[in-house]
Ligand binder design. Sequence first.
Ligand code: MN
Length: 131
Amino acid sequence: MKGRPKHVLLVEDNDDNAFVYLALLEFSGYLVTRARDGFEAVDLARKVSPDLIVMDIALPKLDGWEATAAIRQNPQLQAVPVIAVTAHAFDADMQRGLALGFQAYLPKPVEPRRVLAEVERLIGPAAISAA
Ligand code: MN
């Protein structure tokens, strides 16, 4: 594992949001794979085995809840941290998110720095320092 950059699966259908998060995460040294809908999220999660997933909730095909539930069915991905990002920041959603095992819940609009801060809090900085 040493020397391998940490891999983030970014699930976001909106190109403008995705561009900002992707640029910031890559600039910070993370390897980022982007999925544009819920099916792609499930498929890419299985293929790349990410260290963490940033999951938009409003998505085409499968929404973020359904995609996360499907990803969690894979034994290899049961413990992967998932940060939910959603405009629907109701209490009921939070409860649902906690039940699904989201590690963080960021209501939209999200400051990109907050996404980065949560990623770093959950899996640490992108690269293992030489010190
Ligand atoms: Mn969306």
